[in-house]
Design a protein around this ligand. Structure first.
Ligand SMILES: NC(=O)c1ccc[n+]([C@@H]2O[C@H](COP(=O)([O-])OP(=O)(O)OC[C@H]3O[C@@H](n4cnc5c(N)ncnc54)[C@H](OP(=O)(O)O)[C@@H]3O)[C@@H](O)[C@H]2O)c1
Length: 212
């Protein structure tokens, strides 16, 4: 299955704020999006390597987001703030030496770069042959487990338009960003055959599971 999980959109449909840079990985204002996710036990443990954190519905969705994954796909803007040809191999992602993936991660880009092996089983592969090639490589690497598209919006939109995503968990956060990376621009989910399969609202997010 090709899945999106825990992708957070603002109430006005943006997956990140504008003008991403080193100090603003989610664009300006974008850090507000993840108020449902960051406090969870799953985020604290898997991403920050810390004990503690909240349990409950938000954490249940966070747990689900990491289950049965054999590979990830992401756009190069999710991987980092470097644009254009890679000046060197210095940038290794936002996540430190041991990123929270632990499986192969296929990064879509127009600029080739050697694969990057990190601690804990994460290997970043840079794919320049397009979305279908990335999916083919990810499926082979996943060995029967699911492939998760991490983001960002531009990457998810392409896979949606191509009809390749089976299920998408979105967390809609009660914040307005006004500008940024729009998830739904040019996307007619109904015409693509999607329907709402599940929804539950917590204090910090409306969780929507969209599938066929
Ligand atoms: N809200 C959330 O839950 C969430 C989750 C993940 C990420 N994010 C945020 O989303 C933002 C990034 O999203 P985004 O929409 O700007 O970009 P993105 O989807 O991460 O990356 C887009 C870039 O990837 C490359 N790319 C995409 N499709 C390609 C294809 N078919 N062939 C070759 N290269 C391709 C292109 O880079 P080049 O042409 O430059 O190589 C393109 O400019 C970041 O701020 C990130 O932190 C948010």
């Amino acid at each position: 299955m090709l899945r999106v999980n825990a992708f957070t959109v603002s109430a006005d449909g943006f997956g990140a704020g504008p003008d991403q840079d080193l100090e603003h990985p989610l664009g300006h204002g974008g850090e507000e999006l993840h108020q449902w996710f960051v406090p969870t036990q799953t985020f604290q443990r898997n991403v920050l390597h810390r004990d503690g954190g909240t349990t409950g519905v938000d954490d249940d969705f966070a747990v689900r987001s990491f289950e049965n994954l054999g590979a990830w796909i992401m756009g190069r803007n999710m991987f980092g703030p470097v644009r254009g040809p890679w000046p060197d191999a210095e940038w290794k992602g936002w996540w430190g030496a041991n990123p929270p993936y632990h499986v192969p991660v296929f990064v879509l880009t127009h600029h080739s770069r050697p694969s990057l092996e990190m601690e804990g089983g994460t290997v970043f592969h840079f794919v320049t042959e397009g979305l279908e090639a990335a999916l083919k490589q990810a499926r082979a690497a996943a060995k029967g487990k699911d492939v998760r598209i991490g983001g960002g919006a531009a990457t998810i939109r392409q896979y949606l338009k191509a009809g390749l995503i089976d299920e998408m968990h979105l967390a809609m956060s009660p914040v307005l960003l006004g500008r940024g990376e729009p998830l739904f621009e040019g996307i007619d989910l109904k015409a693509l055959g999607y329907r709402m399969k599940e929804h539950v609202t917590t204090e910090k997010a409306m969780h929507l599971v969209i599938g066929r």
